[in-house]
Design a protein around this ligand. Sequence first.
Ligand SMILES: Nc1ncnc2c1ncn2[C@@H]1O[C@H](COP(=O)(O)OP(=O)(O)O)[C@@H](O)[C@H]1O
Ligand SMILES: [Mg+2]
Length: 407
Amino acid sequence: MSKDPSSNIDEIFDRYLDADTIVFKQREVLSPHYVPDILPHRDDKFEEMAKILAPALRGGAPSNIFIYGTTGTGKTAVTKHVLNKLEERAKSRNLAFKYSYMNCQHVDTKYRVLTQLCEDIGIDVPFTGLHFDVIYQKFKDAIDKMDTLHVAVLDEVDMLYHKSSESLYVLTRINSDLKKSKISIIGITNDVNFKETLDPRIRSSLSEEEMVFSPYTAEQLSDILTQRADVAFHKNVLEFGVINLCAAVGAQQHGDARRSLDLLRVSSELAERNGDEKVTEIHVRKAQQVIERNTVVEVLTSLPIQTKAVLQAIFIGEGKSDEIATGDVYEIYSKICKLVRLDILTARRVGDLINELDMLGIVTAQVISKGRYGRSKRIHLTVPPKQVREVIENDFRLSKIFEMDEF
Ligand SMILES: Nc1ncnc2c1ncn2[C@@H]1O[C@H](COP(=O)(O)OP(=O)(O)O)[C@@H](O)[C@H]1O
Ligand SMILES: [Mg+2]
């Protein structure tokens, strides 16, 4: 008698589920969305922020805080943590206090900021259709009636500023229109040079207090990973050296805890998928390649079409000869454009696009001569050609070039 086919499927699922538990005790602890209860090596930042915000517990308005530091240094995690604690405290004492968290990658207009603030204090606003001044008035009236203190966290605030500096200006002035309530702003940025670009009026108001988050050292990253790993994995699943390797990689990437945690997560997922009972340094090395590959593919995929056409020309050129120069690239590029009906940019403009690719670390462009026709550069791909091909094959306009006899 033949086996019921669904039992095969069950077997596969069972095996997967069983394997699952060999490595992970609590997988979600490694997810990028997980907020840990304990944040090693940030006690000083907790204290610093708590001291600045503490006046809220006596009905005073805390100073605005401007926080900066490179990515993965715990800015978002620490801020959310302290504010959650403060909210808890205020609640247990019947004090009016709330906070709004906004990531300015998405909340990037004054309209969106105000809509979110309204929602967070419980006022409904239609998604579109209302004039900004109307929402602003609505918010002001409502919050003033509440006689409360509200902290507005603007994470990745540089995104909001670059898109609409006015919204930041409006927010920093809002208190002068309020009689009973107060709004404090916490602005966070990964861009350590952002402050210099700020309009001085906004800067002075936003950075009444400043906090700097410095990169983690390899030892600190080790502690952070160990604490996470103790919860995430069964005992003895991580081979000796795995944590230190993940920590070292994060430390090289400007002390980035996110990078280290990602690496640990991807390594252990690779081990699991392979049915391995232990996570080893080999898994970590493989995971590193996977992560790097994903980053390269992401960057290449997001390039504008003209830049992609230039990149394709470089890719094709390199396939034909060991050494290609700007002129060769331009020739192939023009051919591509003709065949897929793209506008052909000038040689100078294509030169600019090559420089942009150079700046992104996708190619190197070295000056080789200043001949009769001006400056020529030797172009060389620095990312794996396979990945370039893969990304361009996914572009419906450029992919057909690969099937043409001309190339
Ligand atoms: N001291 C720490 N202890 C534990 N986890 C941390 C610590 N600092 C950062 N993390 C974790 O690293 C990741 C990145 O932190 P995050 O606060 O988002 O960094 P930033 O906002 O500075 O870019 C998050 O998953 C966070 O939980
Ligand atoms: Mg952040």
